[in-house]
Design a protein around this ligand. Structure first.
Ligand code: AMP
Length: 215
């Protein structure tokens, strides 16, 4: 399975990609996670990315392309991958085509996670991750049992620096102006699969698998 997850911030790309990884053993490749790791490590790359991330803007194409090229060439991605958060504009989508051609691979599908804009803000501002397991949770929507399980295991609910209301507005606007055109890009290539991404996580997961012919 070689897929791209498309969708606005808060549409559930990361949640579903994590689930596919856990259940099918296919790596989730999240440029957001890789960039956050670079920022925390204090590397030169992280320093270059940080200002754009804090503002909710896109990090430069050359930085993310370098990351994605290296990650896609690593052995665990040889049998499939789920790209989460890349590509985010036309130049990145074209660069991805070239990288995949270089390593002799091609995409099976681009899965568009469809969620109304008014739900997205609540999803993003309520988003937390468990410090113990990395599991994504939401203080508005996750079952209390999942939140308790994290806390009882000694975990904390961490909030991303850019998951605040001010930055979310910019991130949604960046999505609309720069990333949404990719819907047509992948539709024209016959790769687009649209999923209703509102509902129970397991139900959305079932829809995703069905959309990519893996149900
Ligand atoms: P995410 O975790 O996917 O929401 O990404 C968080 C932030 O990382 C974004 O708001 C961008 O600043 C940056 N980022 C992640 N992926 C990309 C990308 N493909 N291109 C440019 N910036 C990115």
């Amino acid at each position: 399975m070689r897929i791209v997850m498309l969708g606005a911030p808060g549409s559930g790309k990361g949640t579903q990609a994590q689930k596919i990884m856990a259940e099918r053993g296919i790596p989730q490749i999240s440029t957001g996670d890789l960039l956050r790791a670079a920022v925390s490590s204090g590397s030169e790359l992280g320093r270059r990315a940080k200002a754009a991330m804090d503002a909710g803007e896109l990090v430069s194409d050359d930085i993310v392309l370098g990351i994605i090229r290296e990650r896609l060439s690593s052995p665990d991605a040889a049998n499939g991958f789920i790209l989460d958060g890349y590509p985010r504009n036309g130049a990145q989508a074209e660069a991805l085509d070239r990288v995949l051609e270089d390593i002799g691979q091609s995409l099976d599908a681009a899965v568009l996670m469809q969620v109304d804009f008014d739900i997205l803000v609540k999803r993003v501002t309520g988003r937390r991750s468990c410090s113990k397991t990395g599991k994504l949770l939401n203080i508005h929507f996750s079952p209390q049992s999942e939140i308790d399980a994290c806390l009882e295991a000694g975990g904390e609910l961490l909030q991303r620096a850019d998951d605040n209301e001010d930055t979310v507005a910019t991130r949604l606007e960046v999505y609309r102006s720069q990333t949404e055109p990719l819907i047509e890009f992948y539709r024209a290539r016959g790769l687009l699969r649209t999923v209703d991404a509102v509902g129970d996580v397991d139900e959305v997961y079932r829809r995703v698998l069905e959309a990519v012919g893996e149900a």
